[in-house]
Write a protein that binds this ligand. Structure first.
Ligand code: 6MZ
Length: 362
C-alpha cells in the first residue's frame, strides 16, 4: 500500500537533495515511539486478514472498522479520536506470535535497511494481560525482539497507562525491575494513555520504586489544556528524566523543567494531527529552542500520524509555513540568534547534541 501522506511526507518532499542527505546522515535517536502505534499498515492488514478467519463476527467487525479507518488515513478530529484506534490494533496484537511479529516489524521499520530511520530506538509499550499472555509474558515477548539488536541500537521502556489501577501499575514496575535485574534491556518507565484519565497521585509509589530500581522515568505531561496545574506539578515531583509533549506547561511548570533540564520529547506531527497545537509556528519547540533546553525529536505513533523520524526532522528544515525553516540561514528568525554561537553546527545537529546524553541518561 502506498504511504499515506502526512505533514512529514510533505515536508520531506519539499526539501532539496542536500537537505535530505543531511537528514539521513545524522545519527538520529528515536526516544518516543509507542509500539502499538508504530506498526506498519501492511503488517496490520495481514494480521487482520488472518484474524477474521478465526474470530467471532463482532470482534472482527471492530477490527475491520478500525483497520479501514487506518487505511483511509484516519480522520483525527482531535486527540480523543486517536485513542479510539487502539482497540482494533490491540485485538490484533493480543497473542504472543502477533505481538512478536508486530514488534519485529516496528524494529525493522526504524532500524533496518540501507538508510535506517534512526541509529538508536527506545521503544515503549504498555504490558497487557490477555487470554493468551500475562503482563510478564508480554514484556518478555517484546524484549526478545528488541534484544535481537545490539544494546547500542534498541532498548525498551515499560509504559504505565493512566487508566491503570495502582495495583496494575505496581505490577508493571515490578516486572520492569525484575527484568532489569535479570540483565534484560528495560531502561525506563513511562506514563501514557488518555491524557485526561486517572488520578496521577495514585502512582507516586510506583515512580518512586522505579527510580530506586535505577529505571529512567519519562512522563506524558500537560498534553491537553485541560490537564490541571496541580496534576502537572505532582508529575514533576516524581523527578522525571524526560517529558512527553509538555505542550501546556504553565510558567511554574516551565521554570521547574528548565531548572532540572528534563528533556522534552517533541512530536510535531502528532501534536498537529491531535490538534493540541494549531500550527507549527505556535509549537512549544520554539520556546525550548530559544532557551537552549534539551529536546529530542520523535514520532510518537508513525501509523496514525503518518510520519517517520526523517519526516519529523524534515519538518524542522522545511520552509514555513510547512516547516520551521531551521536550517535556512536567510530564514533564521532573530529569536534564534542566541543559538548561533556554535559556529557551523547546524541547528538540527544541535538537537542531537541534546538527545545523545539523554539517551545515556535513561
Ligand atoms: C498518550 C499515547 C499517545 O503502549 O500499547 N499512546 N498516550 N499520548 C499519546 N500521544 C497522542 N500515543 C500512544 O502503544 C499504544 C498506547 O500508547 C499510548 C496509548 O495508551 C496507546 O493505547 P502500546 O504499545
Amino acid at each position: 500500500m502506498a504511504q499515506i501522506s502526512g505533514f512529514a511526507a510533505m515536508a520531506l518532499d519539499s526539501l532539496n537533495p542536500s537537505q535530505l542527505a543531511f537528514i539521513h546522515s545524522l545519527p538520529k535517536a528515536e526516544l518516543h515511539a509507542h509500539l502499538n502505534g508504530s506498526i506498519p499498515i501492511s503488517e496490520l492488514q495481514q494480521m487482520a486478514n488472518e484474524y477474521s478467519q478465526t474470530s467471532d463476527n463482532l470482534a472482527s467487525d471492530l477490527v475491520r472498522e478500525g483497520i479501514a479507518k487506518l487505511k483511509r488515513g484516519v480522520a483525527l478530529d482531535e486527540i480523543y479520536d486517536f485513542f479510539n484506534l487502539f482497540p482494533a490494533i490491540y485485538a490484533l496484537t493480543s497473542n504472543p506470535a502477533n505481538l512478536r511479529r508486530a514488534t519485529r516489524a516496528v524494529l525493522e521499520q526504524f532500524l533496518d535497511g540501507d538508510r535506517p530511520q534512526c541509529t538508536y530506538l527506545e521503544l515503549r509499550s504498555t504490558p497487557r494481560e490477555t487470554a493468551e499472555m500475562s503482563k510478564l509474558d508480554y514484556v518478555q515477548a517484546v524484549l526478545d525482539e528488541v534484544e535481537r539488536y545490539p544494546a547500542s541500537r534498541a532498548s525498551l521502556i515499560v509504559s504505565l497507562d493512566r487508566r491503570m489501577t495502582t495495583r496494575a501499575a505496581q505490577e508493571c514496575v515490578e516486572i520492569a525491575h525484575q527484568l532489569k535485574a535479570e540483565g534484560r534491556r528495560v531502561v525506563g518507565v513511562d506514563l501514557c494513555g488518555d491524557p485526561q484519565a486517572g488520578d496521577m497521585g495514585t502512582f507516586e509509589q510506583q515512580f518512586h520504586d522505579a527510580k530506586e530500581a535505577g529505571l529512567g522515568i519519562t512522563l506524558h505531561i500537560a498534553e491537553t489544556p485541560a490537564n490541571p496545574a496541580e496534576e502537572i506539578l505532582q508529575l514533576l515531583s516524581y523527578a522525571p528524566d524526560r517529558l512527553g509533549h509538555a505542550t501546556f506547561l504553565d510558567d511554574e511548570g516551565k521554570a521547574i523543567v528548565r531548572g532540572n533540564k528534563a528533556c522534552i520529547e517533541i512530536c510535531l506531527s502528532s501534536n498537529l494531527l491531535c490538534k493540541t497545537v494549531a500550527k507549527l509556528d505556535d509549537h512549544h519547540i520554539r520556546y525550548y529552542l530559544q532557551h537552549d533546553h534539551p529536546i529530542a525529536i520523535c514520532t510518537d505513533d508513525t501509523l496514525p500520524f503518518r510520519t517517520s523520524l526523517p519526516g519529523e526532522y524534515a519538518l524542522l528544515l522545511a520552509s514555513p509555513p510547512l516547516g520551521l525553516g531551521l536550517s535556512e540561514p536567510e530564514q533564521r528568525d532573530s529569536e534564534f540568534a542566541e543559538l548561533l554561537d556554535e559556529g557551523d553546527i547546524p541547528f538540527v545537529a544541535r538537537l542531537l547534541l541534546h538527545s545523545v546524553p539523554i539517551k545515556a541518561k535513561i
